[in-house]
Each structure stands twice: as C-alpha cells, then as structure tokens.
Design a protein around this ligand. Structure first.
Ligand SMILES: [Zn+2]
Length: 291
C-alpha cells in the first residue's frame, strides 16, 4: 500500500479506537481486472507492519455475491432499475452535466425511457446491458464529520455492471449495513460517491452510517498519490532503508500528531488524537519530507 492509503487506514483506526468502537477490514475485490494474486496478503501485512490491528475476520466481497444479487433483485422488483446499453465512450461523448461527479462519469439518462423497439435494437448489438438506478436527479445532503454539510445531485448510476458484477456503490451499502458499520472513514476522493450510497440505502430501506472524509496525500504534481510518483509504497520505503515505524512517524507528523524526530506507535497517536484538530487540507508528499 502507498503512504496515502496507509494514512487513511491509520485515520480510520484512530477514529474507531478513539470512540471505543471496532475497526473492521473489508477486502473490496469485486473488480477482477484490478485484483492480483497475493495483493490482499500484502495489504494486510502492511497494516500490521505499521501497528494497526482489527476486529473479527476480514470480510471479502467476492464471497458475498448472493447478498448483492438479492439487493439488486429487490430494487429491480420495485421498478427502480433499468438496463443501459451505452458504452463508456458514448456516455463521455454525450456528457454535459457540469456539477458533482465529474462530467465524464455522470450518466445523461440515454437509456432511461427506451421504447420496446429501441430496447430490441440495442439488444441486437449483443452487448449485455448494465443496470442503472432511477435516481430522478435527486439532491442528497449529509453532514460529514470533518467537512460539514455536503450536498450532491445523484445521477442514474450503475448498480450492476455489464459483466454481471455488482457495482462498488451497491456492494458497500449492503456490506456497511450487514456489518453494522456506524461510521465510514475514507479518503476525500470518495466524497462524490456518498450521495449515491445514501440514496441506495434509502431505496433498500437500510440504515445509513455516518461519514468522515479525510484529506488525501497528493503527489508533488498535486494529483492523487500513485506509483508514478516514485517510492511511495511501504515496501518501496523499506527498500530505501526506512522502517515501518519511520513511515508511521511521517504519517503522524503530516497529521499534526507527532514532532520531528519522534518515533510514536499507534497507541501514542491514539492518546493525542482529536478529530476536530485534524487538517482538512491534503498533504503534498515528497521523498525529502518522508525520511
Ligand atoms: Zn445507456
């Protein structure tokens, strides 16, 4: 894991433990194109290496297909879904909505009101449809624990992909409820998804968790930290002679939880943690500051 994702995990751990709550780990492995053999073991080992622990067994989404399929079938039975035959390129070409989810990701509603004849024509292409939810451009607002009130308009997003896999948006809502998650702590890059997930939990009549979207670690180009920014993973840092404890110290300093030269452990950070005093601005990572 890179230092940005590790820092988000550290924050999620601090939020949970400081509230006396359980810290749960869930492996979101539904996107087969992104899952690699051994990835889960490496990520869990990285969490352990910086001193994080968790409660209960690790839950894997790939083992919970039945739950997601039941939720999708329920939405479909209520008339809340429709098939969409569009390709990503077609959606991008017709996208014009300027707000919320980036224009390229917003669905313009092309397949929402197809006639029977139009549907048959599209089915003839042989391309299996995705299933989208009828969101009716509803506006959803919620109170983020760090960022305050946030409001977003919800487009007709995908709940089942055209390869048959349940979409991330659907799976996390089902899982958060099933695992009795009280609070979701995650990177601010997922803020846009939250109105979608709140809408889904309403449609599925599931209780929705609270949310805290924490600041990201950015590369020197101010884009989301990634491999192309150099030695950014825990393994990369270790190979350069930095111990996991030193990487943890950098994360703690970047959050105002440690002084230069200190080598705290997570329990030290827990004693100092106060969510109100966390920075809300992203941290720009550079190799010089990491050491
Ligand atoms: Zn469509």
């Amino acid at each position: 894991m890179h230092v940005g994702n590790l820092r988000t995990a550290l924050l999620a751990w601090l939020f949970a433990r400081s509230a006396g709550a359980c810290f749960l780990v869930r492996v979101e492995d539904l996107d087969c194109s992104r899952v690699r053999l051994g990835m889960e073991e490496t990520q869990l080992a990285d969490l352990r290496a910086i001193g994080l622990d968790w409660d209960g067994p690790v839950v894997r989404q790939s083992e919970r297909m039945k739950l997601y399929e039941e939720a999708i079938a329920g939405l479909d039975a209520d008339g809340l879904l429709y098939p969409c035959y569009c390709t990503r390129a077609e959606i991008r070409a017709s996208a014009s909505a300027p707000h919320g989810i980036s224009a390229a990701d917003r669905y313009p509603g092309t397949c929402r009101e197809l006639t029977a004849k139009e549907r048959i024509e599209r089915e003839a292409s042989g391309r299996p449809p995705a299933l989208r939810v009828r969101a009716e451009n509803i506006r959803i607002s919620f109170e983020d624990r760090l960022l305050g009130r946030y409001e977003g308009e919800v487009d007709d997003f995908v709940v089942r992909r055209n390869d048959g896999a349940p979409a991330y948006q659907l799976a996390v809502v089902v899982d958060d409820f099933a695992q009795e998650v009280g609070e979701v702590v995650r990177g601010a890059d997922l803020l846009d998804s939250t109105p979608r997930q709140i809408l889904l939990s309403r449609l599925l009549e599931l209780h929705s968790p609270r949310y805290a979207h924490v600041p990201l670690v950015l590369g020197p180009d101010r884009r989301r930290l990634a491999k192309r920014h150099g030695a950014v993973t825990l393994a990369d840092r270790n190979a350069l002679g930095e111990s996991p404890r030193e990487v943890l110290a950098w994360m703690a300093r970047s959050l105002g939880l440690a002084a230069p030269g200190e080598r705290p452990v997570p329990a030290d950070l827990l004693a100092r943690f106060d969510s109100v005093r966390l920075p809300v601005e992203p941290t720009v990572w550079s190799p010089e500051t990491a050491a």
